[in-house]
Design a protein around this ligand. Structure first.
Ligand code: 13P
Length: 250
């Protein structure tokens, strides 16, 4: 039985003092959940969040990293650096990074490998645009992104990869995929993993849904057979709203 993993992606929001206040309020609201709770926060908030979340069930993640360990890459942060301060997760290949910062399937793959080499767990985003969806290419796009992202990983590494299926047209738009549609796309992703790594691996991989998740739709989405939780943007910025999403099964 796969557990539910619910991650907030704060994107480029929250100053350190706001982040500390958030965790002080949020912590008490989610302390009894059996679901895994992750906050993926801006680099400058990481240290403050790690400190504030100490001794709680809240895990902290970053939103990106470079694949090289160190060197002349001005403005970049490596997996080793994240790990050194206690970060556990990192979002890789978010569609905003693919769209605005020229992230490719190849760089996503390099980053996933670097994350594992340094003991970080990647949350890897895949998803189709509206145009791709309307031309019937959803399955092809998301299975190709999945295959290329995971290329060359061991079975164990694939088992420990979290995939977030985030249809791009549903991000920040208030439009959610129907729970059936989201579940079907996630089944396609799982079938692609089964094809390349076997049923044992595919059955264990956590695959989240992301795109306009809120407390009003979380229960319906997360109760589907193949949706193992969510990656939540806007609705993760308010501790009470995000706590309701984490506690969707209460
Ligand atoms: P929203 O929940 O704001 O639609 O964002 C989803 C997302 O991109 C999470 O990574």
């Amino acid at each position: 039985m796969r557990k539910k993993v619910i991650a907030g992606n704060w994107k480029m929001n929250m100053l350190p003092n706001e982040a500390i206040e958030y965790i002080q309020e949020f912590e008490g609201l989610v302390k009894d959940t059996k679901n895994e709770v992750i906050l993926c926060v801006p680099y400058i908030d990481l240290f403050y969040c790690l400190n504030s979340a100490q001794g709680t069930n809240i895990k902290i993640g970053a939103q990106n990293m470079h694949w090289e360990e160190k060197g002349a890459f001005t403005g970049e942060v490596s997996a080793q650096m994240l790990k050194s301060i206690g970060v556990e997760y990192v979002i890789l290949g978010h569609s905003e990074r693919r769209q605005y910062f020229a992230e490719t399937d190849e760089t996503v793959n390099k980053k996933i490998k670097a994350a594992f080499e340094n003991g970080l767990k990647p949350i890897v985003c895949v998803g189709e645009t509206l145009e791709q969806r309307e031309s019937g290419k959803t399955a092809e796009i998301i299975t190709t992104q999945t295959r290329l992202a995971l290329d060359g990983l061991t079975n164990d590494q694939v088992k420990n990869t979290i995939i977030a299926y985030e249809p791009i047209w549903a991000i920040g738009t208030g439009k959610t995929a129907t729970s059936e549609d989201a579940n079907n796309s996630i089944k396609e992703i799982r079938a692609e993993i089964e094809k390349n790594y076997g049923k044992d691996v595919a059955d264990e991989v956590i695959i989240q849904y992301g795109g306009s998740v809120k407390s009003a739709n979380a229960k319906e989405l997360f109760s589907m057979s193949d949706i193992d939780g969510g990656l939540v943007g806007g609705a993760s910025l308010k501790p009470d709203e995000f706590a309701k999403i984490v506690n969707f099964d209460k």
